[in-house]
Write a protein that binds this ligand. Structure first.
Ligand SMILES: [Zn+2]
Length: 330
């Protein structure tokens, strides 16, 4: 075990982040100190072979899928999470990547890259320097943990109708996940609402309040909805809130406009579309639960399920309805 760890550590730099452009033609294992056993190459068969073009900080680099996934999983989920949750995250990130590549994602980036490191567009990604800075002394241990999650799920993908799914994920849900139809106005059969077990006791900052003075709120509303009108006292500005079964706001009235919950979330940059509003002394306070769009896998929910003993496959089937999990070799 010790010997294997040393060998893995020695090649981590190459495997994970080693000079992407040169790395492609370079041997997977170079002569280095300490020497690495070439017969025991740790490169995963599928993820180690497949390459993609990723826009990182504005520059396009060609990466092995295995290298890319390491940077995505490390950026998207705390390495302290349960191993089965990290595996579920790895497979979701791999599937999301394959889906984007199969659906011409290069067309949405001016650079022609397959994916980018903007979490609002594709998936978050952190390079070695940033990870080591974040992790400090735990860097080697965390990298090995993530690499193990990758290797033990190498090439596995979430499929629907035999094709990789749009494996959306988010940080934490409200009373359950959000249906894609509610969040994005387009129904996706495997992204329907499901229960999710996390809550205040398992998620830091699960409930967060943000305050807006009446004037701040008026300015944000005017910028987003120039034709809208706010009349009377600010206590009457927001009302008629309807919710779905997970607690996310479906529709509400703001002044003379009817908005969707996700539209108000965008207007105020709220953490989620599950919110309550309270008005007092010309201040509007919005209290959200959960973080993110709520669609697909909840990362904190996955961690709770893993702690309860569920496997990564059970976690993925929990959040993505009617899917199969298989080796995907295209
Ligand atoms: Zn992108």
């Amino acid at each position: 075990m010790v010997k294997q760890s040393i060998a893995l550590t020695a090649v981590l730099g190459l495997l994970l982040f080693g000079m992407p452009l040169q790395g492609l033609s370079a041997p997977a294992v170079e002569e280095s100190d300490p020497p690495v056993e070439k017969t025991d190459s740790p490169l995963p068969a599928f993820d180690g072979e497949k390459t993609l073009r990723v826009e990182i900080g504005g520059a396009v680099v060609e990466l092995r899928l295995s290298d890319y996934l390491t940077g995505v999983v490390a950026a998207e989920m705390p390495a302290s999470f349960e191993m089965e949750a990290l595996k579920a995250q790895t497979v979701a990130a791999r599937t999301y990547t394959l889906y984007q590549m199969a659906h011409g994602s290069a067309g949405k980036h001016e650079s022609g890259a397959d994916l980018c490191d903007d979490p609002g567009c594709c998936q978050a990604y952190l390079g070695e320097e940033a990870l080591r800075q974040n992790w400090g002394e735990a860097a080697e241990e965390n990298l090995l943990k993530i690499l193990a999650a990758e290797r033990e799920t190498d090439g596995m993908a979430i499929l629907y109708g035999g094709e990789p799914i749009l494996a959306a994920f988010h940080s934490s849900s409200a009373d359950g996940t959000e249906d894609a139809a509610a969040a994005w106005s387009s129904s996706v059969p495997y992204l329907s609402r499901v229960e999710s077990p996390e809550g205040e006791e398992s998620v830091p900052n699960y409930r967060v309040s943000v305050r807006f003075t009446a004037e701040e709120f008026r300015a944000l509303f005017a910028a987003a909805y120039p034709a809208g009108k706010l009349t009377g006292s600010c206590g009457s500005w927001v009302g008629d809130i309807t919710r779905d079964a997970s607690g996310y706001v479906t529709t509400l009235r703001v002044g003379d406009q009817t908005l969707r919950g996700v539209e108000l979330r965008r207007m105020l940059s709220l953490r989620s579309a599950c919110f309550e509003v309270a008005v007092r002394d010309d201040v509007l306070t919005f209290t959200t639960r959960g973080y993110g769009h709520g669609v697909g896998m909840s990362q904190y929910g996955a961690n709770v399920l893993a702690a309860e003993g569920k496997t990564w496959e059970e976690i993925l089937r929990w959040y993505y309805s009617g899917v199969s999990i298989e080796q995907y070799t295209q």
